[in-house]
Design a protein around this ligand. Structure first.
Ligand code: 1CP
Length: 342
């Protein structure tokens, strides 16, 4: 029986350098797997799958059974928070998420009350997962960072540059701040509940932090994430937290220094020289370009080798620099894992 602190990903988060880095993949459950597609069909809608503990446990375990990853990530979505806040959230096949955008009157009414009651099935999934996973597998919970979740609440769908949320935050800073406060409260309560239900650690996904200028980055990425982490640690003092502010380049250093995260998720666009500097202070996770995984062959091998050569002398969890896409061949995932494990 492996105890929580002995699990490989947890050891790296505590600062250890392992002989071979542990490995998992962002979005490791999903449409590149035939078994996922079958379960998804059985569930009905995407949110029905997120709120069905039996099926959510099944899709979380699928990539662990198939590939033996060192961590399992709870199957859910960052947009269950707006759903819990009473927004109308739908997922349309081939179009992604669709929400009814918030307006000023709606923001006035927003409250974090009732979030955990709405998300009770997800917490049940976490509980069930810890008892069904191999004892050596780290169980990760997650949430979206307040800024990234807010971008979908304002625009109502994914956009290329989050123009609507950037405009809104500049035109209506007070209303936007109120909305961010609600997201901070709801997200912190949700992460605390996941940790208490059996998650070993949690990851905060800030997929859209890269569109903010320096002042807005501090205000809407660093401060809210720092507030979430402080609230989580007030309830769970030893909480282990991974921060992934995708694509933020030089801002990664400020983010790591200020937020209180235990491990930094890196995307593939930063130079290794900079990644190594960051790794001297904070364990890192990443950062293979998901397109190398699609390409396979030597493009994949070279990408894996570059990460191992540059970052495996320090605390490293091998991962992609963003989620795996549905186009990826399963054989390429196997090739990547074999190369990382040596
Ligand atoms: O039809 C389907 O099956 C929907 C595809 C899908 C899946 C498998 C969506 C819709 N979400 C998910 C699961 C999911 N989402 C997980 C599960 C665990 C795992 O990693 O295996 C996680 C961690 C997320 C997180 C998530 N959702 C993020 C942050 C990470 C990232 O990829 O940037 C974001 C931005 C979302 C929103 C979202 N949900 C789904 C889609 C297609 C999107 C992106 C929409 C867009 O910007 O256009």
């Amino acid at each position: 029986m492996v105890e929580k602190h002995e699990r490989a990903v947890m050891r790296v988060m505590a600062g250890e350098t392992l002989e071979r880095p542990p490995i998992w993949m962002m979005r490791q459950a999903g449409r590149y797997l035939p078994e996922y597609k079958a379960t998804r069909k059985q569930a009905g809608g995407f949110l029905d799958l997120c709120y069905n503990p039996e099926l959510a446990i099944e899709v979380t375990l699928q990539p662990i059974r198939r590939f033996g990853f060192d961590a399992a990530i709870l199957f859910s979505d960052i947009l269950v928070i707006p759903d819990a806040l009473g927004m109308d959230v739908r997922f349309e096949e081939g179009r992604g998420p669709i929400l009814k955008p918030v307006d000023l009157a709606h923001i006035d009414r927003l409250t974090p009350e009732g979030t955990l009651e709405h998300l009770a099935p997800v917490l049940e999934t976490v509980k069930g997962l810890r008892s069904q996973l191999p004892s050596e597998t780290t169980l990760l919970g997650f949430c979206g960072a307040p800024w990234t979740v807010a971008t979908y609440m304002i625009a109502g769908h994914g956009t290329p540059d989050q123009g609507p949320a950037r405009q809104f935050s500049l035109n209506h800073p007070e209303a936007f701040a109120k909305m961010m406060d609600v997201l901070v409260e709801a997200s912190a309560a949700y992460l605390v509940a996941q940790l208490k239900a059996g998650a070993d650690a949690v990851q905060i996904f800030d997929s859209w932090a890269s569109v903010l200028d320096e002042a807005q980055f501090q205000l809407w990425c660093v401060e809210p994430v720092k507030a979430v982490i402080a609230k989580v640690r007030a309830e769970v003092p030893d909480a282990k937290i991974i921060g992934f502010p995708k694509g933020v380049g030089a801002f990664y250093a400020d983010y790591a220094a200020q937020t209180g995260i235990d491990m930094l998720g890196l995307d593939w666009t930063i130079p290794f020289s900079f990644a190594k500097e960051l790794q001297k202070k904070t364990p890192v996770q990443g950062n293979l370009d998901p397109n190398r995984l699609i390409a396979g062959g030597s493009a994949l091998d070279e990408g894996v080798d570059a990460i191992l050569e540059n970052l495996s002398d320090g605390p490293l969890v091998f991962n992609l620099g963003h989620g795996i896409t549905p186009l990826t061949e399963i054989a390429h995932v196997e090739q990547m894992i074999a190369r990382v494990r040596g």
